[in-house]
Design a protein around this ligand. Structure first.
Ligand code: RTP
Ligand code: MG
Length: 147
């Protein structure tokens, strides 16, 4: 089953949006298989955003991601990588449609609430970078046994 790395960025944590974001992915039918609230080291932030190393905003991006705790997650489901990106909306909240996370809550391109892997290659790299294998929990939903 496909997996992706999703992170509530420091602005989303500060604004109390963890529950809202988790709820959207849960209601869509995706399954949470890993999660942790954590403060990000500069080393991890630079590695995570390595593809943007030469961009003028790289320093600010690393400063922002390390500025406060983030909520890092692994979500599983059919086509979850592309669908999560759709649910997040465009990078710049000014361009993100209403109904998307960034469209509904985002303020500017630097503070855009949420990160999601942009491809299967990125998802594999990012899950391995942020999570130990033992902290990604494959499990079957057994609720139907109890109701
Ligand atoms: P992310 O990686 O955070 O999920 O966002 P994304 O794929 O939609 O966008 P990406 O191009 O990977 O950019 C990574 C993050 O860099 C910040 N950014 N700032 N000042 C700027 O012009 C600018 N452009 C991008 C954004 O916070 C973006 O999420
Ligand atoms: Mg990206």
């Amino acid at each position: 089953m496909e997996k992706t790395f999703i992170m509530v960025k420091p602005d989303g944590v500060q604004r109390g949006l963890i529950g809202e974001i988790v709820a959207r992915f849960e209601k869509k039918g995706f399954q949470l298989v890993g999660a942790k609230l954590m403060t990000v080291s500069r080393e991890l932030a630079e590695e995570h955003y390595a593809e943007h190393k030469e961009r003028p905003f790289f320093g600010e991006l690393v400063d922002f991601i390390t500025s406060g705790p983030v909520f890092a997650m692994v979500w599983q489901g059919n086509n979850v990588i592309a669908t999560a990106r759709q649910m997040m909306g465009k990078t710049n909240p000014a361009d993100a449609l209403p109904g998307t996370i960034r469209g509904d809550f985002g303020v500017n391109v630097a503070m855009n609430i949420v990160h999601g892997s942009d491809s299967p290659t990125s998802a594999e790299r990012e899950i391995a970078l942020w999570f130990n294998e033992a902290d990604v929990n494959e499990y079957e939903k057994t609720i139907n046994r109890w109701i």
